[in-house]
Design a protein around this ligand. Structure first.
Ligand code: F0G
Length: 360
């Protein structure tokens, strides 16, 4: 049987698949977990709810090997660390970067140190960092403090920093835009994305521009970035000293790629706005309960943003909007279970259960 190129592509990660667009050579040792190739899922429920003819696609990055988009950047950052003879990596994280760094380090035998703000990491992410065998350092401070520490330590000691200030992270993450264009045949009119440290919006915009220059797409999307209202430094135009939001992944007050996000917004004719925790929470539940897609709260910020813009008639009808769902809902079990009343435990009795579920 002849295996088509498309099928073969599914068996390799983003570094091999998009090598001609990435800073790699035949000598780069590729450290991969077959990341990327995530589905673009057409929303049925959102356009119906909004009563608008829109094509809204979820780019569901929660289906990457460690459950978030970070794997695209990490495969390249870790491959390059290996190529350069590195022995150890480090990152500051709100959780997903640490999970991903830990996994890729484990795959190639690098040591991995992760610095996290104490008590602010979703349980699923923290347990990944431990189980993949990294050394977890919990600090009294927030993500911004953790990143400063990571930078100070890796400047002084032979450890590679794999936060998105590492340019290979951005290079790897830009491949999500390539996949979208490969699947849709062109870029969408709009791309919505949550913004925390602002690496991902920077990466997507770079990817869209490069693929267009390579003749793969005609148009460029307007980039729509969304921050949580209590952690919205770019929207407010100044750092936030004590960021607050239920979306812990984007609880960041001074994003490292601030300028990259502003460039993406301005060059694309897009916007960066804030959404409240209530709006995030609503969107988080809506897409799981009505569209069958379970993403984490930070991802839902982008959905909340699209809903908000749609309600003020921002979008022209019949346009395509891609929304990046950055991480899996399974990452944050505590938040996921916080809505429901205590589950009632009953006797295994048919009549009683039938009464309970209300069927006649
Ligand atoms: N969504 C999720 C699920 C994230 O984990 C992050 C960032 C973002 C969105 C925002 O992406 O930082 O590129 O603007 N998480 C980082 C971490 C900060 O440490 O895992 P960004």
């Amino acid at each position: 049987m002849k295996i088509s190129r498309k099928v073969l592509d599914r068996r390799i990660g983003i570094v091999e698949r998009y090598q001609e667009y990435l800073p790699v050579t035949s000598k780069t040792p590729v450290v991969s977990l077959n990341e990327g190739n995530t589905p673009l899922i057409l929303s049925e429920a959102l356009p119906e709810f909004l009563k608008l003819r829109l094509k809204i696609y979820y780019k569901f990055e929660g289906l990457n090997p460690t459950g978030s988009f970070k794997d695209r950047g990490m495969t390249l950052a870790v491959s390059k660390a290996m190529e350069e003879g590195g022995r150890a990596i480090m990152c500051a994280s709100t959780g997903n970067t640490s999970a991903s760094a830990a996994a890729y380090a484990s795959r190639c035998g690098l040591k991995c140190f992760v610095i996290v703000p104490e008590g602010q990491i979703a349980k699923g992410k923290l347990l990944q960092a431990f189980r993949y065998g990294s050394k977890v350092i919990s600090i009294r401070g927030n993500f911004d403090d953790a990143l400063k520490l990571g930078q100070a330590i890796t400047q002084k000691y032979p450890i590679k920093l794999v936060n998105s200030v590492n340019p290979f992270r951005i290079e790897g993450q830009k491949t999500a835009s390539f996949e979208i264009i490969d699947e849709l045949g062109d870029a969408p009119e709009y791309h919505a994305i949550p913004v925390g440290n602002a690496g991902n919006i920077t990466a997507y915009w770079k990817g869209y521009k490069e693929y267009q220059q390579a003749g793969k797409s005609e148009i460029l999307p307007r980039m729509l970035g969304f921050q949580a209202a209590g952690a919205a430094p770019i929207v407010e135009g100044k750092p936030v000293a004590n960021p607050k939001t239920i979306a812990t992944a984007i609880k960041i007050g001074n994003p490292a790629s601030w300028q990259g996000a502003v460039n993406a917004r301005d060059e694309s004719g897009g916007l960066i706005e804030a959404v409240t925790d209530e709006e995030i929470s609503w969107a988080y539940r809506f897409i799981a309960e009505k569209d069958g897609v379970f993403a984490e709260p930070a991802s839902a910020a982008a959905v909340a943003g699209v809903v908000k813009l749609a309600k003020r008639n921002y979008f022209q009808e019949n346009t395509r909007i891609v929304v990046t769902l950055t991480g899996s809902g399974l990452k944050d079990p505590d938040y996921a279970l916080s809505f429901d009343d205590k589950m009632e435990c009953v006797d295994p009795d048919v009549d009683h259960i039938v009464e309970l579920i209300g069927v006649k």
